[in-house]
Design a protein. Structure first.
Length: 339
């Protein structure tokens, strides 16, 4: 239940609006949200200062053409779980780190590397050799149908969403024709930490004009190399329980899953993966009782899907490079650089 002392209805609407347009000007949001630009700026400043919401750059849709995404499950000695999670969270390639309820694995990692060779090196020569690691399972994402930058809070009504307009859709530029320059990397490094860094600050940081920075940033987002994503603590989302389902679907059904499973409002992640369990889906739900409901709904919409494992997250230590406390509030950054 929403605690008005922590997050107001205006805060929720503001976060949803920034999910759609992460770098929207406060003046553009004034008529939509019914609050002044000054009020909106102050609200966002409070949300970010308290670690309740933040915006950052993440790999865009074109990353899958040359980059590598994998989900890694680690098993360790029970007493070493928290220490290992904190140690892994300091590794740049492990962009998301989640402690799991006791089961076949203790930690689940989202790992991003520029290529397959980098993934092999990280998993087999770094993760597997860490103290207390007993077992490593790695599955690769062959298709990513839904992920956090596309998930929406659901606080705006249809009229507001219509007035806000759709988020920009990347074009189909072949990333191989878009080599990242030192300027691009400098912009990405800054936006990974704060996706709303002002153009003037980016200009001062890179020594380039604001016009050049605006043009390069537009090219990065339009090409799908990068996406800007608004994340939040559970007190904002109202969905404190993370459950990941692993399952198997007929090969000719896998590509149709995004039309069913990804349409369920709590779906944060949906991927086709390697291995006998060829589907991985993560949902954020309100309570443990909702887990069975999500599984039932998923299987009803995809009759060929058989759920083979249910992985319950008990604490997210790191999400897309941002370090979180026990309540899921952002307390620091370990910047990602998968490009």
């Amino acid at each position: 239940m929403l605690d008005p002392g922590v997050v107001s209805e205006l805060d929720l609407s503001l976060v949803h609006a920034l999910q759609v347009h992460p770098r929207a000007a406060w003046t553009d949001l004034e008529p939509l949200l019914g609050a002044s630009a000054v009020t909106l700026a102050r609200r966002w400043e409070r949300l970010t200062a308290q670690g309740l919401a933040w915006i950052s750059a993440v790999p865009g849709p074109s990353f899958s053409r040359s980059g590598c995404t994998a989900f890694v499950f680690l098993r360790c000695a029970p007493a070493a779980r928290r220490l290992l999670a904190d140690r892994v969270a300091r590794l740049r390639e492990a962009v998301t780190v989640e402690l799991l309820a006791p089961g076949h694995a203790d930690l689940m990692l989202d790992v991003l590397t520029p290529d397959l060779a980098g993934m092999h090196r990280f998993v087999n020569e770094e993760l597997a050799l860490l103290p207390d690691v007993l077992d490593v399972e790695c599955v690769f994402a062959s298709s990513l149908y839904a992920e956090g930058s596309r998930w929406r809070l659901g606080s705006l009504d249809p009229y507001q969403l219509s007035a806000l307009g759709r988020s920009e859709t990347p074009d189909t530029m072949n990333r191989s024709a878009f080599d990242l320059s030192p300027l691009d990397h400098a912009l990405l490094d800054a936006l990974v930490q704060d996706g709303r860094t002002r153009l003037t600050d980016l200009s001062a940081l890179t020594g380039r004009s604001t016009a050049t920075v605006r043009r390069r940033l537009g090219r990065l987002t339009a090409s799908g190399v990068v996406a800007l994503r608004c994340d939040m603590a559970p007190v904002v989302s109202g969905l404190p329980v993370s459950i990941t389902f692993r399952g198997h679907a007929a090969a000719n059904d896998v590509n149709r899953l995004h039309r069913t499973l990804a349409t369920l409002p709590e779906c944060r992640l949906l991927a086709a993966v390697t291995g006998s369990a060829n589907v991985l889906a993560t949902y954020w739900v309100r309570d443990i009782g909702s887990v069975q409901q999500r599984e039932t709904a998923a299987c009803a919409q995809s009759p060929s899907l058989t759920v083979t494992d249910r992985v319950l997250g008990v604490r997210t230590v790191k999400r897309m490079g941002h370090l979180l406390d026990d309540e899921g509030r952002r307390v620091g950054v370990c910047p990602i650089r998968p490009w």
